[in-house]
Design a binder for this molecule. Structure first.
Ligand code: GTB
Length: 216
């Protein structure tokens, strides 16, 4: 059964691949799965039909027959659990790869999201300028720790896994800030992720989706 995912009808980033459907597309591409995409407008996201699929009125979602999922991490875990290529078979290696999935979403992504919030959502608040250096320092701290763990190896733990897919996806959000360039090892890690044919296909697909259709 061909899975159906949802994506912004038109992503605010204009196709830079920063919205979270890109990571799901990437996982589907790594697994070699065909998929369909249902566009959702900002208005439709908050309507009952979409809220029945996603309780928080967001994208991405994933439908496969009777199965309806939301949360990009859960969707990618589902894909990785049922198809080869994203999680190792050996039990302990698999547990460690899953640990990196959680680390990406729970430990590395939150401070990065704070940067987006302070830059774009809270920019007009009087305390915003004071908050910025604190947020930037927290990100630097995490990047320093992550860079130390990665060292000079290719992927976080052995072969490429869903842990790397999520970590690279999370770090990509930092690209426009230039902060990744302070950590050449991490910048190279992200570049390795972006160079994967599956990522290239996912990126091209979301770009086409966000640019090829007429606005309406
Ligand atoms: N924890 C959830 C997950 O991982 O799936 C978070 C889902 C989420 O934040 N979805 C966002 C959304 O639907 C889109 S990805 N937002 C609409 C809303 O909440 O009303 C976040 C995102 C949005 C836009 C850009 N961009 O334009 O650069 C990048 C990332």
């Amino acid at each position: 059964m061909t899975p159906i995912i949802t994506a912004f009808e038109r992503s605010p980033d204009g196709g830079k691949g920063l919205a979270r459907d890109t990571r799901v597309r990437w996982a589907l591409e790594e697994a070699g799965l065909a998929y369909e995409v249902r566009p959702v407008s900002f208005a439709a996201m908050k309507e009952p039909a979409h809220l029945a699929v996603h309780p928080f009125g967001q994208i991405p979602t994933y439908e496969e027959g009777d199965l309806v999922l939301f949360e990009s991490g859960a969707i990618i875990f589902h894909i990785a659990s049922h198809h080869a290529g994203l999680l190792p078979d050996e039990a302990n290696a698999r547990a460690r790869a899953i640990t990196w999935m959680f680390a990406a979403l729970n430990t590395v992504e939150p401070p990065i999201l704070d940067l987006v919030t302070v830059k774009f959502v809270e920019a007009d608040r009087p305390w915003s300028k004071d908050r910025m250096p604190l947020v930037v320092d927290r990100i630097r701290h995490r990047l320093r720790q992550l860079a130390a763990r990665l060292g000079s190896v290719e992927w976080l733990d052995g072969d490429f896994s869903a842990g790397d897919l999520l970590m690279v996806s999370v770090l990509l959000r930092l690209k426009p800030s230039g902060m990744l360039d302070e950590f050449p090892g991490l910048a190279a890690y992200v570049a390795r992720g972006e160079a994967r044919p599956a990522y290239q296909r996912a990126f091209a697909a979301q770009l086409a989706f966000n640019t090829a259709r007429p606005t309406g």
